[in-house]
Ligand binder design. Structure first.
Ligand SMILES: Nc1nc2c(ncn2[C@@H]2O[C@H](COP(=O)(O)OP(=O)(O)O)[C@@H](O)[C@H]2O)c(=O)[nH]1
Ligand SMILES: [Mg+2]
Length: 246
């Protein structure tokens, strides 16, 4: 893939043990970008999968010049997205879960001309007009409890910080991802917290979202870790570690 600086859209896909879901996702993403008039690149970030994710992604990228695969040495969704965002060249940089629980066509809602004045546009499963399909009650309630804590502790008013689809303007991505320290599931809470402190405009975009039962999130272990991370983000904020860069 050429490192063209005139790319409009970068799609960043973190992928861990995704050999089953990835081929269909990459096919759909390829069809989507082919149908657009703007230029795109797709970065797949893999780190230490135990299955054939790396090979599957490589084989696809060999056939599709706009796709490239990056291997990150350490584990973690947050680290994978950070690596992709900082290597991307697009004017807009969109993180996208490998399961496409948001249909890829919805991506247009995050870009001009649909949106014009924003620094970060985040998918929301709670904003008016959004629809969740097939989500079990326990998963929904678990998510709402975590969101209530996040709103209370760090991000008042943001109804859904955890959805895996978020679009950043290039300069915003460069600034925020350089300041990100969390490498696991809590990274988007940290990024949004830093974004608020630095005065970036955050837009919530209602989406159609389809629950996928093959989650890599362990609701108990990862929720506990998230609680610890929320506490850490508050502490970091108090120490001034997220102050605007001079
Ligand atoms: N590269 C990378 N991707 C990860 C890691 N953990 C999760 N992901 C990716 O993060 C995305 C969301 O994971 P998923 O299991 O769908 O979580 P959920 O939607 O929050 O239940 C998927 O694209 C995963 O492959 C990791 O350690 N490394
Ligand atoms: Mg998912």
């Amino acid at each position: 893939m050429s490192r063209d600086s005139s790319i409009f859209l970068s799609i960043i896909i973190p992928a861990y043990n995704e050999e089953a879901r990835l081929p269909e996702t990459l096919e759909q993403v390829a069809q989507f970008i082919k149908a657009q008039t703007f230029t795109s690149e797709v970065l797949i970030i893999e780190n230490g999968s135990l299955d054939r994710t790396w090979q599957v992604a490589q084989e696809f990228a060999n056939q599709h010049p706009q796709f490239c695969v990056i291997r990150e040495a350490q584990r973690g969704k947050g680290l994978a997205v950070k690596t992709g965002m900082l290597q991307a060249r697009g004017e807009f940089r969109f993180m996208c879960d490998a399961d496409l629980s948001m249909p890829i066509e919805e991506l247009s809602k995050f870009l001009p001309p649909a949106q014009t004045r924003f620094d970060i546009a985040i998918a929301s499963r709670e904003a008016a007009g959004s629809v969740r399909y097939h989500e079990p009650l326990h998963r929904h309630l678990g998510g709402r409890v975590i969101n209530t804590i996040i709103r209370w502790a760090l991000l008042p008013g943001l109804q859904d910080t955890q959805c895996g689809f978020k679009c950043f303007q290039a300069s915003t991505a460069e600034d925020l991802f350089r300041s990100q320290s969390m490498t696991g599931w809590s990274f988007d809470i940290e990024l949004l917290y830093i974004a608020r402190r630095r005065g970036y405009r955050i837009l919530e975009i209602p989406i159609n979202w389809y629950y996928n039962p093959e989650s890599k999130l362990n609701i108990f272990r990862d929720a506990l870790k998230m609680m610890a991370d929320i506490w850490k983000i508050r502490q970091n904020g108090r120490k001034g570690l997220y102050n605007p860069r001079s």
